[in-house]
Write a protein that binds this ligand. Structure first.
Ligand code: SAH
Ligand code: MG
Length: 195
């Protein structure tokens, strides 16, 4: 991977107000991926490819990432960035709405990163669980959504997202096949491992 390019990609994304993974969240996920050495990763929410490029450094030999993005301009930028970072052999971008794409996938993934529309997290979880391999691990970003999820303030205009994030967390925590942790890093990170 070309790390100099990665730094530039990150700076440009921040300048352009593209919502990329926060440093502390990335650090937590990276430390786990270093141990897990996944062969197959699924990402929901590519944006401009920053997190996928970062994760590609932790893949096992011949490993691959599938990543889904619905905004065409972002897909184009992500393609460019992935080339510049010299990891185009490791990352496969799927353009489209994950709500439509996910049911058409039939792969087994070692790690799944959920980082797209918060109102869809319960659906993403259902699909993620269908494709998660033995000992697989799910990461979900933004699960505390600026503190709204854990507060009783629910008149916010994003209340549907908040309700769905709460449902998502409740499902994770009640699922007996998973061991779940919710960390207050970044905007809230859920980590769920298959027992
Ligand atoms: N993982 C990226 C950031 C993703 S931001 C990183 O850390 O670098 C979330 C992205 O998800 C946005 O680009 C948005 O367009 C995309 N998105 C949101 N809902 C989606 C959906 N239902 N299907 C596909 N992409 C979606
Ligand atoms: Mg995010």
């Amino acid at each position: 991977m070309n790390k100099e390019e990665l730094v530039k990609i990150k700076e440009k994304a921040l300048n352009d107000h593209i919502p990329i993974i926060m440093d502390d969240t990335l650090e937590v996920i990276s430390n786990i991926l270093k141990e897990v050495k996944p062969k197959r990763i699924l990402e929901i929410g590519t944006a401009v490819g920053y997190s996928a490029i970062c994760f590609s450094g932790f893949l096992e030999e011949d490993g691959k990432i599938d990543t889904i993005e619905r905004e065409h301009d972002r897909v184009e930028l992500a393609r460019e960035n992935i080339k510049r970072a010299e990891v185009e052999d490791k990352i496969n971008i799927i353009e489209g709405d994950a709500v439509e794409i996910l049911p058409s996938l039939n792969e087994v993934y070692d790690a799944i990163f959920i980082d797209a529309s918060k109102g869809k997290y319960p659906f993403f979880l259902k699909e993620a669980l269908r494709m998660l391999g033995a000992k697989g691990i799910i990461f979900a970003d933004n699960v505390l959504y600026k503190g709204y999820v854990m507060s009783d303030y629910n008149k916010h205009k994003q209340r549907t997202a908040v309700r769905n994030l709460r449902e998502f967390l409740a499902e994770l925590q009640s699922n007996e096949e998973l061991e779940t942790k919710i960390l207050e890093v970044g905007d809230g990170l859920a980590i769920a491992r298959k027992k």
